[in-house]
Design a protein around this ligand. Structure first.
Ligand code: PMP
Length: 310
């Protein structure tokens, strides 16, 4: 794996990383007035292609976040697709890439909405765990922010201070990663991932009204991958904290987390403390799909080097 990709796309220009700057007095820098998407592109050796996973769904969610924040960008979806391709090509990316698409406000003041600015920051980012390892999680004593405070449905940078507090606390206490409960004391999600458990053969995940992000990976699993490719149904319902302690399997999912097994929660082993069979099978199925080794759902993989019409 190389070091960081050298170039970013900054509202129309390709800029070397060292020159990619935002003004210090902008709302973007001072208040973190931004919304963003994090997604991965996967390199397929046979096809010699770099596939962006569920690009359109990320564009749609970016626009929903902008709507809630009351700012706009000039670019159409076709323009953003061109920009994604441009920055990946500028970096001559022929390996897996993670990217942030960030829309922010360069004006100053809490109520600044203009001018808005879009940039794309690619990273080389590995898997969250070694293939045979799961995460040791804890229930955070920080509460997930609620829909009437800073809604998690809105994917803005400022939300991730809630995640930072919980993550640093978890790590200070010797865990890998925290799990948030919401203000109702029910299970929400991880810092940057949705959470699923398996209990008595049933997959369960919290509903989108539990103060979670409307995760694109979660939707892909619930609507397509689990029922159609694996013949497993998922129940979306409120989850109690103690259900986590008696779960047979647990995993995080997300663009960055992919399928990441959780092998203990508050030091209780999940199942027998090893990666569960459904989690392993799902992870294999998901990785084959995103990379295009499994050719089903071609509409989920947007090519970089041989573009499709937007
Ligand atoms: N929850 C939060 C808070 C996140 O930041 C993410 C990552 N974007 C997820 C869940 C997973 O969402 P997605 O599958 O869309 O990446």
């Amino acid at each position: 794996m190389s070091s960081e990709p050298e170039y970013l796309w900054m509202d129309g220009d390709i800029k070397p990383r060292a020159e990619a700057m935002l003004p210090v007095s902008s709302a973007a820098v001072f208040y973190a007035t931004n919304v963003f998407e994090g997604l991965r592109a996967y390199w397929n050796d046979d096809k010699e292609e770099l596939y962006c996973f569920r690009l359109q769904a990320h564009f749609d969610r970016l626009r929903e976040s902008m709507k809630m924040m009351r700012f706009t960008i000039r670019q159409s979806d076709a323009d953003i697709y061109d920009a994604v391709r441009e920055v990946l090509k500028a970096n001559d990316a022929h390996e897996d890439v993670h990217m942030h698409l960030i829309a922010c406000v360069l004006g100053s003041g809490q109520n600044a909405t203009e001018p808005s600015f879009l940039y794309i920051n690619p990273h080389y980012r590995g898997r969250m765990t070694a293939p045979d390892k799961g995460l040791a999680c804890c229930i955070s004593n920080w509460t997930r922010t609620s829909d009437n405070a800073i809604p998690i449905r809105l994917k803005c940078g400022a939300n991730y201070q809630n995640a930072r507090l919980a993550l640093l606390q978890a790590q200070a206490d010797g865990y890998d990663s925290p799990i948030f409960l919401n203000q109702q004391g029910k299970v929400a999600e991880g810092t940057g991932a949705s959470l699923f458990i398996v209990r008595k053969g049933q997959l369960i995940t919290a509903p989108i009204t539990s103060d979670i992000l409307e995760s694109i990976t979660r939707t892909s699993l619930i609507e397509e991958v689990l029922p159609k490719l694996m013949e497993l149904d998922v129940v979306e319902r409120t989850i109690d904290r103690t259900e986590l302690y008696v779960a047979d399997e647990a995993f995080f999912c997300g663009s960055g987390f992919e399928i990441t097994p959780i092998t203990s929660i508050d030091r209780f082993p999940v199942g027998d403390g090893n990666i569960g069979p459904i989690t392993q099978r799902l992870s294999d199925t998901y990785m084959a799909l995103v990379r295009g080794e499994d050719s089903r759902y071609p509409e989920w993989r947007t090519p970089t080097y041989n573009p499709v019409a937007a």
